[in-house]
Design a protein around this ligand. Structure first.
Ligand code: ZN
Length: 312
């Protein structure tokens, strides 16, 4: 819920994260022109928020080195909320300077994963977030992007296993006290189940408030992505991340898919009578174009293969 046009229109905000989460997990480097084509085509299909990249040093993620150019490009598209991921203060500063609408920092509730992913302890993460908020507060009116802390590995970590509820809640509470706008729940490792999704949403909301947890980021690693999305919807979640063609996955785990598939998610929502603002026919055409741009990558999802049901 970050721009007025999102409040007035459709029921559910489908936030496309393929250009960031999808591409950071595959080996192929897509030319910037192709990414622009993809972003523009998805926006034209009615997608209202796209995470276009990540402000990480190019030496770590050469696939996303063109993030600034993509932000500038995407900001010119009408009615599109432009989101990025930022790993630290420097990334956040670059994002603010670029003029993004929204930025998220991943805060892994597993300290081992946090250390390995961002090279920071939890204490260091809290300090980094304080620094970012101080910088945001010094921005002139209208220049402050929406700032979300994504609680990564919230449903389980491949290094530490399940993280204690109290720890997750304490982190959510502390970052909200620091002044971030919202927290999100991320199933980074694709290990969530619907019961756990319901439980954790209720638990975190009981501490931060219902309006401070409106989005989830789910992976389809074990095939439970849409079941988890449905559980989140039933709890009142209104923003769901997904990636076109379920792009992504883990290079070290062949066959493991990435985020939940945007096409299938949109099909589910629209056929349930929930409005996304997205034209699924156009979306399926964008998928074709993406498939041509990265012929070496497999795309996931059922709707594209099966086609839409008669009378849809
Ligand atoms: Zn992810």
């Amino acid at each position: 819920m970050i721009k007025d046009f999102q409040m007035s229109n459709p029921d559910i905000l489908v936030s496309e994260v393929g250009p960031r989460d999808g591409l950071q997990n595959i080996d192929a480097v897509i030319p910037t022109a192709e990414k622009k084509r993809w972003i523009k085509a998805e926006a034209q299909a009615g997608v209202r928020e796209i995470e276009v990249g990540s402000f990480v040093p190019a030496k770590y993620m050469p696939q996303l080195a063109d993030t600034l150019e993509l932000v500038t490009f995407a900001l010119a598209i009408e009615d599109l909320s432009v989101a990025v991921l930022v790993p630290n203060f420097h990334g956040a500063k670059a994002a603010v300077e670029a003029g993004v609408d929204k930025m998220s920092i991943p805060f892994s509730v597993s300290e081992t994963h946090c250390q390995r992913n961002l090279n920071r302890s939890h204490e260091q993460m809290f300090a980094e977030i304080d620094r970012i908020i101080e910088m945001l507060d010094s921005q002139p009116e209208g220049k402050r992007p929406y700032f979300e802390v994504g609680l990564s590995t919230a449903f389980g970590c491949s290094l530490e296993g399940k993280i204690a509820d109290q720890k997750i809640v304490a982190i959510a509470d502390k970052v909200m006290q620091s002044g971030c706008d919202e927290v999100g729940l991320s199933d980074t490792t694709g290990s969530a189940n619907p019961q756990q999704v319901r439980h954790l949403i209720r638990l975190v909301r009981s501490v931060v408030g219902d309006d401070k947890l409106t989005g989830v980021h789910l992976h389809n690693t074990r095939g439970l992505g849409l079941a988890n999305a449905l559980a989140a919807l039933e709890e009142g979640i209104t923003t769901i991340d997904s990636s076109l063609g379920g792009l992504g996955g883990c290079p070290a785990a062949p066959g493991a898919s990435g985020n939940i598939v945007t096409e299938d998610l949109v099909f589910m929502l629209e056929s349930m009578g929930l409005s996304t603002g997205i034209d699924i026919h156009k979306l399926l055409v964008v998928r074709e174009t993406l498939a041509e741009a990265i012929p070496q990558e497999s795309l996931f999802g059922f709707t594209a293969d099966a086609g839409l049901p008669l009378g849809y």
